[in-house]
Design a protein around this ligand. Sequence first.
Ligand SMILES: [Zn+2]
Length: 312
Amino acid sequence: MPACERKADALLLRAAASVAGNVFCRSGLIVITRATLRRNFSRSKDAKTQGVRRQALTTNAEAFLVYSIRMITEVEPIPAAVVQRSRDVASERLQTDSRILAYTRWDIIPVAAALLHCAYFFGMFCLFPYVPLWVMLALGFTYSVSISWNINGISHNFIHNPYFRSPLLNRLFSILESVTVGFSQVFYECIHMQHHKGNADRPDESGDMIDWISIYKHGHDGEAESALSYTFLSFFREDPKTAYRELKRKSRREAFWGVTELTLFVSNFVILGILNWPYICFLLPFWYFGHCLSYLNGYYRHYGGNPDEPMA
Ligand SMILES: [Zn+2]
């Protein structure tokens, strides 16, 4: 059987396992409820009350049992379209026999680029005391452009299709990226997946929206806000608390790693500042500007699109 079909079948198997787990839990619930009903009934001493209670409890127990049995037996079948879609998605994925990379050996290119970018980041710090200011300004501007290039290239690919088979290597790569671009990759993934759910949607009647970074969020009369304000203000509108709550809801483990990455990149900036405070004063504006460029990229990726017909 081809690998893509094995993957699709694994998805179905997982769905079946979840149904089996559901059945098991509900069966346990019935046993517990029956035991509780019996215990409550035996506590009552008055014969008349006992009779009334018995009738009520029996009726309730029967109703509950019928409901539970229905819930157990009426398992919703997985629609054929969903099965086909999962097969299509599985067959679209690239396959490789590499023992390190997960999807294709070509991913060595973004991985190498990320390592070079990290070396460039620390290289700027090492060069700072020795080169003239104009060279540093050119290097700083290049760092800004490269933040946007990294986020929208290396990092974006990584959060959708983690490069490595090994979870440990993926975790280390995520930390390396967080330190290099100065933002947690786990948080970025959370915010970005929320973006894909809403795809730059318009606020509804109550002003709520799905996409936290939609270009319509701060616009007026259903229009997108200006490119300038979106580019330069989005950085300050980031809401790590909401992202953290969502992360924690999905996985406490990921929330832990998200906070760890934030701590690591901020600590790295603090250490660089302690070692050479003029350097961090030089770096911070370029770091901010790099993230602004990334927002600018996001703005024009969605500007002019139809928010009522979201596309991934
Ligand atoms: Zn994406």
